[in-house]
Design a protein around this ligand. Structure first.
Ligand code: GLA
Length: 371
């Protein structure tokens, strides 16, 4: 080969390499996350647990519906089954939104979690009062609760497979066992076991969960375990513990999360993460005092990175405990809207989910599906 040929061959080879590399770079696109039947969260996790999401009836009529179908295989009504929404007056149930979510789930072959039968928040005023505005007796309140639970659970029998029966009845005060809610003030702790019993009578097939937050705190966790151990000992039909999972970039640690799972596993109940989101703001008290426009509230690259790592860690742990973990549900669909936009600071935008406001997968999405 003469000099000219050598030069020509190397030039051609280099050109070819440059062209191939550029082609690869430009042709590379992150995988579409929404192709039906493939590449959705639910598909990556099909051998582990269903992946759910909390929805409003309105979301089902928007462009979010496509994302719901391609990514998730379980739904939870965000508000539509809460007592003040579904039963706003004693003689009137408002089924519209809950029915449309149930119909959507059925139509699309998705599971449906019912949320929630008894809770101190979003409870209608009328339930605690008689016609003259006085507080009702324990007997009256328990009867009302029974009627409510029986009616709602029966209506969704066969479509709701699991109910969050009691939500947040344990106190956050160190030395107090039960939350001092109107339910507790009027009925004592009895309303809790009754709620499980009545839900079971209304639908013996449904799985019944106790749902709460901050179980990573050992003091609160111990109280939750005490409640559940007592219920199990009395033969109350309780089948699972819901860990809400409203977490942040700085908590829980892997150790806290694993310890929580390990402790709960000793109860031989099913576990579900029922309301997952990871705030990009560290859980710190001074955050409450800041104003919405404060620069401390920006979604910086550093916070994005911590969120990616936190999501990755959580799902690593979830997969590790997938024998007991029977569902993971996100609380809201995308960063377009989250309840955290108004909590703990009204008007402070948060970005706690796996899809951005254009419904595109964030980097955090890839961190939970590449394993
Ligand atoms: C609790 C409830 C949910 C929801 C969230 C935040 O976790 O269980 O239904 O209301 O608070 O909004």
């Amino acid at each position: 080969m003469n000099n000219f040929h050598m030069k020509y061959t190397s030039f051609a080879a280099i050109t070819l390499i440059v062209i191939s590399v550029s082609f690869c770079c430009f042709a590379y696109r992150p995988q579409p996350a929404a192709a039906p039947g493939t590449g959705g969260l639910k598909d990556y996790y099909k051998n582990y647990f269903p992946i759910g999401v909390a929805v409003s009836a309105r979301a089902l009529r928007t462009d979010e519906a496509g994302l719901l179908i391609s990514q998730f295989n379980s739904l939870t009504p965000e508000n539509a089954m809460k007592m003040s929404v579904i039963h706003p007056r004693e003689q009137w149930y408002n089924w519209k939104d809950a029915d449309s979510i149930a119909a959507f789930a059925r139509r699309n072959g998705m599971k449906l979690r019912g949320h929630t039968l008894v809770w101190h928040r979003q409870a209608p005023e009328w339930i605690f009062k008689d016609a003259s505005g006085q507080q009702v007796s324990k007997e009256v309140l328990l009867q009302r609760l029974k009627d409510h639970i029986t009616t709602v659970v029966k209506r969704y029998k066969g479509v709701v497979y699991a109910w969050d029966v009691a939500n947040e009845v344990i106190s956050d005060q160190r030395d107090e066992m039960y939350r001092n809610s109107p339910w507790y003030q009027i009925c004592g702790e009895e309303f809790i076991e009754k709620a499980f019993q009545w839900a079971h009578e209304a639908d013996p097939e449904a799985l019944l969960f106790y749902n709460d937050y901050n179980e990573i705190n050992p003091v609160k966790r111990k109280k939750i375990m005490q409640l559940l151990t007592g219920l199990i000992a009395k033969g109350v039909p309780v089948h699972g513990i819901g860990l809400q999972g409203h977490w942040a970039i700085n908590e829980p640690s892997k150790e806290q999360l694993e310890k929580t799972f390990e402790d709960f596993l000793t109860l031989n109940l099913k576990l579900q993460v029922t309301e997952l989101d990871i705030s990009v703001y560290a859980k710190e008290h001074e955050m409450r005092e800041r104003q919405p426009g404060d620069s401390a509230f920006a979604f910086t690259a550093a916070r994005e990175q911590r969120q990616i790592e936190q999501f990755r860690m959580c799902f690593d742990v979830f997969r590790k405990y997938s024998n007991a973990l029977t569902g993971v549900t996100f609380w809201n669909i995308s960063d377009r809207y989250s309840w955290l936009d108004n909590f703990p600071v009204r008007g402070r935008k948060d970005y706690p989910l796996l899809f951005d406001k254009d419904l595109q997968p964030k980097k955090a999405f890839w961190s939970v599906v590449r394993f």
